[in-house]
Design a protein. Structure first.
Length: 375
């Protein structure tokens, strides 16, 4: 069949809207009509050429929602008409990682996913007879896409596609980093570095978890009001303070008889390795946990004095907020439907597929929180 898609033919070039060819679902796969897709900073990261796993040409996009329109042989958990969210972190429930209960990083299809192909080693997408790569196993910048059944979450059919697509990455990553990865407790102090589409969801997760002090850190003063909307209690713009942001946060969080400062939990939501170090060092001596969410480009490395870890700080990372997609994503959609979490205000811009490059532009300019393409 044909599908309208935004194709990344080359790194660093705008996406091109073309009609691609799409083969139907094979055994264990489902064909999905994508109704809406968000544009995440990770799409921009890969398009820019910074992603060591980046492949071109490819159909990017990993934050979608849509409807199952066909199923391949052997599919048991989905049927035509189901409303679904594609998962870049599948949940096979059979691999050693899934069975370990210690991680959400299912290994069932990770190697082929990283090679831009389906589990059988081939791509379902082509253009003028040439292969187009899948991206993060999702390729939601195509009106139709194919995914393995294990990489699809069935969700509440009453939920609006143009909002719940964001659960496919940003919402789940931010809230999950707080709940699943950091396991933040009531009364905690926290600092969130980078108040974009992910950082604001970390803030909303912290509020949900009952954190007392929620410090937002961003170079863009426009983000102060955004953070406050979701529960941020203090804002720091590192370019406007006297001295170092680490000392500033440590000072703000001093408490107890010994007056030792540092946040109980810090989160990097920038992808900047220098900020990752600041976040670690702004966490509390003895127990502070710093969670890396941001994705850094090829060749970039993190560093700190080992003494920071010797003295009890914990450096962790999280992918998809530690969420098990088929189990957790339907629950998060229902939290949204029940009014427990907000999504609507963060979707600042919507556009048709033809204007997808404007969505990337808005992200570059720091003008959007999330842009959503509606098919
Ligand atoms: P975004 O562009 O919407 O937001 C980034 C924010 O960081 C902006 O508000 C920007 O002003 C701020 N910022 C930039 N440099 C800063 C600095 N030096 N100090 C303080 N603030 C600074 O991006 P996003 O969509 O929120 O994504 C954030 C990061 O998370 C990206 O690296 C993205 O690739 C990554 N990500 C990771 C996962 C995961 O599973 N680990 C999931 C989604 C996104
Ligand atoms: N391909 C990159 C890493 C990109 C990355 O870390 N991706 C996150 C999701 S970001 C979503 O917006 C992730 O899930 N990582 C775990 C995984 O298995 O990819 C690189 O550096 O090679
Ligand atoms: Zn993402």
């Amino acid at each position: 069949m044909k599908s309208r898609a935004a194709v990344a033919f080359e790194a660093g070039k705008p996406l091109e809207i073309v009609e691609v060819d799409l083969d139907g679902p094979k055994a264990g796969e489902v064909l999905i009509e994508i109704k809406a897709t968000g544009i995440c900073h990770t799409d921009e990261f890969t398009l820019s050429g910074s992603d060591p796993e980046g492949l071109f040409p490819a159909i990017l996009g990993h934050e979608g929602a849509g409807v199952v329109v066909d199923v391949g042989p052997g599919v048991t958990s989905m049927k035509k008409g189901d409303h679904v969210i594609p998962l870049y972190t599948p949940e096979c429930r059979e691999c050693p990682s899934c069975l370990s209960r210690k991680t959400n990083l299912c290994t069932a299809i990770r190697s082929t996913q990283g090679q831009g192909v389906m589990p059988d080693g081939t791509s379902r997408f082509s253009y003028r007879g040439k292969k187009i790569h899948h991206y993060m196993g999702c390729s939601t910048f195509s009106n139709y896409t194919v995914l393995p059944e294990i990489a699809v979450a069935k969700v509440n059919p009453a939920a609006p596609f143009d909002k719940i697509c964001y659960v496919g990455c940003g919402v789940t990553t931010g809230i999950g980093a707080v709940i699943n990865t950091a396991k933040v407790e009531i009364g905690a102090t926290a600092a969130v570095f980078g108040l974009g589409g992910i950082g604001l969801n970390v803030i909303q997760g912290l509020k949900l978890a009952g954190a007392d002090m929620i410090i937002g850190v961003d170079l863009n003063n426009g983000k102060k009001e955004w953070g406050e909307r979701f529960g941020m209690t203090h804002f720091v713009n590192p370019s406007e303070i006297q001295g170092d942001v680490v000392a500033h946060i440590v000072n703000m969080t001093k408490r107890g008889a010994d007056q030792i400062g540092g946040a109980d939990y810090t989160f990097d939501c920038t992808g900047n390795v220098k900020v990752m170090r600041q976040a670690l060092e702004a966490s509390h001596r003895g127990w502070g946990q710093s969670i890396i969410i941001g994705v850094a480009g090829a060749g970039q490395e993190i560093s700190t004095r080992p003494f920071q870890l010797v003295t009890g700080r914990i450096w962790k990372g999280t992918a998809f907020g530690g969420a098990r997609g088929r189990t957790d994503v339907p629950k998060i959609v229902n939290w949204y439907m029940a009014g427990k979490i907000q999504i609507d205000p963060m979707i600042t811009h919507t556009m048709p597929l033809e204007d997808i490059n404007k969505g990337f532009q808005l992200m570059h300019e720091g003008k959007s929180i999330r842009s959503v393409v509606i098919f």
